[in-house]
Design a protein around this ligand. Sequence first.
Ligand SMILES: [Zn+2]
Length: 352
Amino acid sequence: MTSTSPPSGSGLLERLAAGPVICAEGYLFELERAGYLTAGPYVPEVVLEHPDAVIRLHRDFLRAGSDVMLAFTYYAHREKLRLIGREGEIESMNRVAVRLARTVAQEGDALVAGNVCNSNIFVDGDAESARTVRAMFDEQVAWAIDEGVDFFVAETIAYLGEALLALEAIQETGLPAVVNLAIFRDGHTREGLTPAEACKRLEDAGADVVGLNCLRGPATMLPLLEAIRAAVSCHVSALPVAYRTTENEPIFLSLSDPDCACLPEGRAFPTGLDNLACNRYDIAEFTRDARTIGVNYLGVCCGAAPHHVRSMAEALGRQPPASKYSPDMSRHAYLGTIPEIPAANKEFAKNL
Ligand SMILES: [Zn+2]
């Protein structure tokens, strides 16, 4: 790591005070593509069935420059496990996920984050649903604390009210809280608040880092971040999906792929988004733009792969272990420029 890396051995807030922090995400999508969990339910069954695959992805993200190993407990909550009939394994799934994250974090100098997320059963203004959702957060937070985490991430939550419940659950532990909202296409929380208003409310309630993750790609997340940065004085997070969302199709659930006639029901989300993916240069550009705005907790969400994370790290001036293998086109068979490349190949390059 270069001198621009965060100070080693320190906690989240110390690292953020010293410079930006990277938290690689996108475990669900990457492990679905690899064949270890099912699109649709999107439950991290892989944690129990193929822990080696989770370890491998954590390790890839660590080598790519992630400062945080996020325990893969996204959707390992009671409501999701009930839907797939595995409620009896909820505790082991949560505990093992934290252990896997910790195992890899210790191979480098990464922090371990516990993770809670959207319950999908929160009803705005309904006290009973609030109690149910809070209990879901409480049990996941307790298992994570028991296994040992450095801080918590509450994420992909579209209701401020639900995000506040997650924050309260985290605050009981005394550990730092990152709270990331997911903003659907109308540009507001589900209660109708602007992201900036909602983030200000989360900051006022005691969140250490507030911002956005998921749903929106770099192009449609950036404009919201400027308003959030202006509204709060705490750290700001941004973890877009690695897809090219547009003004007309601002979230990845609404993206269309007019060049493909073979999509199931004509819908690219979630398994036909490949042609709409951000490349590593898109992510590098997003990283620079987000830094310019003042975002200092950065990552990539659904669609992310290790090359995106390395690109983000390098855009921050870092050289993580995986940078050893960053592109060197000077040695390419045809496009190369070094003397050892045959002149005939360089000449042929114009025919490519
Ligand atoms: Zn996501």
